[in-house]
Design a protein around this ligand. Structure first.
Ligand SMILES: [Zn+2]
Length: 392
């Protein structure tokens, strides 16, 4: 599959657009209505069924195809409880319909009639426009932006090594097959989420009588929380993907479907802890790493998270807990940071051979790795006390 990136451009809207948005919205809703009645098996069948009705709008034929595509998507993903019609103003057109010359966009309305609009773009935007290796996909026009999707014909490169990524509430720990470990702190994200959790609780208490007001407030603060956390998560995912690209590494992450099972009701954890661990942060950071990595042709592997923080990454023995999020292996007589161990186990779960050998570790370490989090020898008296203490 070709990796796709959506780039958003601002533009000055004209009057002509508001009526076009409205017509397109009505066309989509007509097609949805037809789909609900006739239950087409696929998009092409919907086009056949809806064509005569949508033709009456008098717009260019491509609008009919786009409206049916949008409508079929809504119809297929509909949820029985809510009304499946489209309320927002937008326009979606495939790459056969529009033409884009540098920052000048031309779209047809009725046959042989076009409207033009000038996009506003920075150097970053222009780098996509002027890159001949990128292929343009569909465009979506909303009241304030034009979103152009670009795809890249890229083959995944054979990686020179791998990084294992462990996601935690307060950090993202990355260990690579050369033995380097980098910790990206995300405490700020956890704090923002904590603050907004309190705000939501307060909204709940104060607006108990008015559901409409509380919904508005939840939406407003929810958006703010997302904006603040997203910005920070983008910083982390960008740093991880850039380093993997520079080193030629593939990426290994935990399959979060499995992770969620660890935090279910009835396993002895409190509701607030479960709520925190099931938050969208983990999904969001994985999503960001995944799409940024795909864009760069970096291969991604997912592994089962089972046992990643209970086994020794060197010998597989069961680890013993020490204070301060540290774990110790009674067989290797070494102790290390829990998150670092988890990221090494994630790496080892996908590629047992990618584990660094003890000898190669020292010479190839990076300067940006965190030496304090290294797997270290521990005093045997600590081990004896721990092991005997826990088995007794
Ligand atoms: Zn061990």
């Amino acid at each position: 599959m070709r990796p796709v990136k959506a780039i958003q451009f601002r533009y000055r809207a004209s009057e002509e657009f508001s009526s076009l948005f409205e017509e397109f919205r009505l066309m989509c809703n007509d097609a949805i209505r037809i789909a609900l009645q006739k239950k087409p098996k696929n998009r092409f069948r919907l086009i056949e069924l809806a064509y005569p009705r949508l033709k009456e709008y008098g717009l260019h034929t491509h609008y009919i195809l786009s409206a049916c595509e949008v409508a079929f998507g809504v119809y297929r993903n509909r949820n029985r409880k809510s009304c499946p019609y489209i309320r927002s103003a937008f326009l979606k057109l495939d790459n056969q319909t529009y033409s884009l010359n540098h920052l000048l966009l031309r779209i047809p309305t009725t046959p042989r009639h076009f409207i033009y609009l000038t996009l506003q773009g920075s150097d970053y935007h222009l780098s996509f426009m002027d890159d001949p290796t990128l292929k343009r996909g569909s465009i979506t026009i909303t009241g304030h932006a034009v979103i152009v999707s670009f795809s890249k014909g890229i083959s995944e490169v054979e990686p020179l090594g791998y990084v294992g990524i462990d996601l935690n509430e307060r950090n993202v720990t990355v260990s690579d097959s050369l033995g380097n470990t980098t910790v990206h702190h995300t405490s700020e994200v956890a704090e923002i989420k904590e603050r907004y959790r309190e705000i939501r609780a307060k909204i709940g208490r104060r607006t108990r009588r008015d559901n409409r007001v509380s919904q508005l407030l939840y939406a407003k603060y929810g958006q703010r929380e997302r904006n603040r956390t997203l910005q920070r998560l983008h910083g982390v995912s960008k740093a991880i993907v850039e380093r993997s690209k520079a080193k030629g590494f593939g990426i290994v992450m935990e399959n979060l479907k499995g992770l969620r099972k660890l935090y279910r009701r009835g396993n002895g954890q409190g509701a607030s802890f479960r709520g925190r661990m099931n938050s969208w942060t983990f999904h969001e950071i994985q999503r960001q790493i995944e799409y940024k990595a795909r864009w760069e042709g970096i291969p991604i592997t997912y592994v089962n998270p089972r046992g990643t923080s209970s086994k020794c990454p060197n010998c597989g023995s069961r680890l013993v807990e020490l204070e301060g999020r540290r774990l110790m292996c009674p067989s290797c007589r070494q102790a290390g940071d829990r998150d670092e161990i988890a990221s090494k186990n994630i790496l080892a779960a996908a590629f047992p051979a990618a584990q660094p050998s003890k000898r190669s570790r020292e010479g190839e370490r990076d300067d940006d790795s965190n030496p304090s989090s290294r797997w270290m020898e521990v005093d045997s008296s600590v081990i004896d006390r721990r092991v005997n203490g826990t088995t007794a």
